[in-house]
Design a protein around this ligand. Structure first.
Ligand code: KG4
Ligand code: ZN
Length: 350
């Protein structure tokens, strides 16, 4: 008997993605149709175009996925679909598509929160079953739209996920992108800034960035101050692509350091608050989302974990950005299969 498969569908933003996973987390296929070129002329994602593109690509991707996995419709026993947060028109294409398929096949749907998809993505592997989940993991989701730390307790398909903090304004990836745009670098800005930063040296005297703190001692993130400061400093020092390369590299190195300094500041606060509680500490820390592809951050978080005796899980780069494999995998972890007619799409979840 072949293992039953879970079909994953992701259409929350500008990537249509379909995946087929076995119950042990083995990824049989994970196809992604990126729309980035369709949106590029407009300098950002156009929701109407995104929805139409999803509509065009979703079903061909499903049939191609089945063919590539050598699987039949009858091998699928459930469907995991992103129900939010995201662009409502885009989400509706995935949800309605999943509903039609599930209803027709007589199987349940698991509605997956996109953030929960990212949270479990570091446990997926290209080859073979997923990495076994610990009892408790501290998870950082850092992307273009989100910056949050979660307290996650997996447990036999009934994972509990508690959000500890979030950003009060810009997300970390968004800050990379906006400052990159200001200094004349193309979208997405994160990898561009990283590239320049590697050739430079942080210079906090020329480019000072204080770490934002809240009066109420909240561990929330706030990146709008760093963004405004970076734009002011870039203007003052005439930092621009095509200008003085050394100044550009040093600026990028200092700016990137400031973003990560705040990340580690909050992580330290959250960790020491957990230590003062009388519960078993997380044994692992995981990072996820587009910014988790940053090599400097990956090295620093490994170092952070080594110091504290905590295992660090880094997602493979293919699972950092949006994909349906992580949605199907989160479906297996969160597991509340529902009647397909009861699933609703929500643009904002929390
Ligand atoms: O998770 P993702 O693909 O999409 C969202 O859900 O937002 O994340 C995209 C974000 C962009 O802001 C991009 O600049 C950032 O991830 N990013 C990086 C790197 N690669 C992608 N940021 C810093 N360093 C990178 N190497
Ligand atoms: Zn995402």
């Amino acid at each position: 008997m072949p293992s039953p498969l879970i079909l994953g569908i992701e259409t929350s933003c500008d990537e249509t993605s379909v995946a087929l996973l076995e119950r042990d987390g083995t990824v049989r296929v994970n196809h992604i149709a990126s729309q980035i070129e369709r949106h590029q002329p407009f300098g950002g994602v156009v929701p109407e175009i995104a929805s139409r593109e999803h509509l065009q690509h979703l079903f061909p991707l499903v049939t191609r996925s089945l063919a590539d996995a050598g699987a039949a419709w009858s091998d699928i026993d459930s469907i995991a679909v992103t129900s939010g947060p995201g662009l409502i028109g885009a989400l509706l294409v995935g949800v309605a598509g999943a509903q039609g398929l599930a209803y027709g096949l007589g199987i349940p749907i698991v509605a997956v929160n996109h953030l929960e998809g990212h949270i479990f993505s570091p446990y997926l592997q290209t080859d073979g079953a997923s990495i076994p989940l610990p009892k408790r993991v501290l998870s950082l989701v850092i992307s273009g739209g989100h910056s949050s730390i979660y307290d996650v307790r997996p447990g036999d398909g009934r994972a509990q996920v508690r959000m500890i903090n979030r950003t009060r304004d810009d997300a970390i990836g968004e800050t990379f992108d906006k400052v990159a745009k200001f200094i004349g670098l193309p979208y997405p800005g994160g990898p561009q800034i990283e590239k320049f930063a590697r050739q430079g040296q942080a210079d906090v005297r020329r480019f000072p960035f204080p770490i934002a703190q809240f009066k109420d001692e909240s561990a929330d993130f706030s990146y709008s101050g760093i963004k405004a400061g970076a734009i002011r400093l870039a203007r003052e020092h005439r930092i621009h692509s095509g200008g003085d390369e050394k100044a550009m590299a040093d600026f990028c190195a200092t700016f990137q350091d400031a973003l990560f300094a705040q990340l580690f500041d909050r992580l330290g606060t959250v960790w020491s608050r957990m230590q003062s509680e009388r519960e078993a500490m997380p044994t692992e820390i995981a990072i996820a989302g587009g910014v988790a592809a940053n090599g400097v951050l990956r090295d620093r978080i490994l170092e952070w974990g080594r110091h504290r005796g905590v295992i660090v899980r880094l997602p493979e780069k293919r699972y950092c950005t949006d994909n349906a494999a992580m949605i199907a995998f989160a479906g297996l972890q969160m597991g509340i299969p529902a009647d397909p007619r009861r699933v609703v799409a929500r643009s904002r979840i929390r």
